[in-house]
Design a protein around this ligand. Sequence first.
Ligand SMILES: [Cu+2]
Length: 382
Amino acid sequence: MQMDFADPKDPHAALYDVDDANTVITLSDWYHLVKRALYVEEVYLHGNGGGNHEPIPDSGLINGIGRYKGGPAVTRARVNVVAGKRYRFRVINTSAYAGYEFSIEGHRLTIIEVDGVSHAPLTVDRFMIYIGQRYSVVLNANQPVKNYWIRAPMELQHSSDNKNCDGAPAAEPTTTPGTGTGTLLQEHLLAPIVDPGAPGGNVPADRTIDLRFTRNTNGQTEWTINDIRYESPDLPTLLNIVANGFSAESQFTTHEHTFVLEKDKIIDLVIHGSANGHTHPFHLHGHAFDIIQGESGPVNYVNPPRRDVVGVKGSTVIIRFKTDNPGPWFLHCHIDWHLEAGLAVVFAEAPGAQRTGPQSQIIKQSWLDLCPIYQALPPAFQ
Ligand SMILES: [Cu+2]
C-alpha cells in the first residue's frame, strides 16, 4: 500500500523526493515475557525490597523485526531506496525502556524535523533517539547501489543482565553491522524555523518550578519528583476540573502531584538531572517546549530546540513554555518502568479556561453534530 504523507505546506518539501509508508522507521524493544508484563512490573516495583533493576528487553526491533542471540535468523527489516532519490525517513522510538543511537552506513543524515516541529536542516552522521522522540532525516541515495546497514544499537542500563540482548541492525550487507561513526547530533544545535525563540525572550519566567527526581528502594522501588511518587487518581484530573470545579493545588491529593498554572504565563521547568546512569526522556503533553538549557551547550533564548520529549541525564535541563493551551497536562518519564514507579507530575493549566470560554474542554455543539453525520454514512464508511 502506498500512502502519501506529503504536506504541501511543509517548508522542507523541496529537500526530499519520497515520503511515504516505506519511509517510516520504528525502533522498539521486545521482551520475551514468560510471565505477563504486570508480573514483571511487580518484580521491579516490589521484588528484593525494591532493589531490582529495570526489566531488560531481549532484543531491539527495527520496523517490528529483530534478532537475539541464539534466536532464529529472521529476515531483517529492509528499507528499499532508489538511487538518485532523496528520502525523508521518519524515525520513531516506540520503546518501553531503550534509547538508540541511529545511523545508516555510508550516508549522512540531514535532520529537518524534531517531534513534529520543523527545524533548520542539520547534517549529522548519527543521533541519539530516546523513547517518544521523533526525527525526520533526509537521506540522499547517492551512493553505489548495494546494501547498507541501518544501525540502532540500544542504550540500556544493566543490559549485560540479559544474554539475549543484541543490537538489531536491519539488512544483510556484507560488511559487519558495527556502530556508527562520525558526527553525533548535539541537540543544542537544533534551531526551529517557524517562530523561533523562547516565549518571552530572555526575561525571567513568570513562574519557575524546580523538579528533582530520585529513585528510592525502601521496601519497594519508587521514583519520586520533589519526594512525591505520582499515583493516578480515582477520578481523572480533567473531570475534577470541569465537573467538580477544582482550581487550587490543595484540592488535589498529594500523590496526584498537580501544579495549577495560571493562563498565559511563561513557565520554566528546571529539571535537575541525577547521576544514576539513565537518560530519562521527559515528555510533556499539551505543548512543544523550548529547551533553553539542554544537557549540554549554552543557555539559548533566541532559537533553542523546540520539541516535546527531552532527555535528562546528569545535568540540569531547563524547558520553557507559555500556558496558552488550557488542559490537564502530564509531564512524565517515558521509560515505562519509571512512569509506573511514579516519575510524573501533572499541570492543571488554566482550570477556569478549561470550563468556560473559547478554549474550554466542554464538547462544542459543532462536534456533537458530527455524530449524526457519521451515523448517516453508509456502513462501509463508518
Ligand atoms: Cu526515567
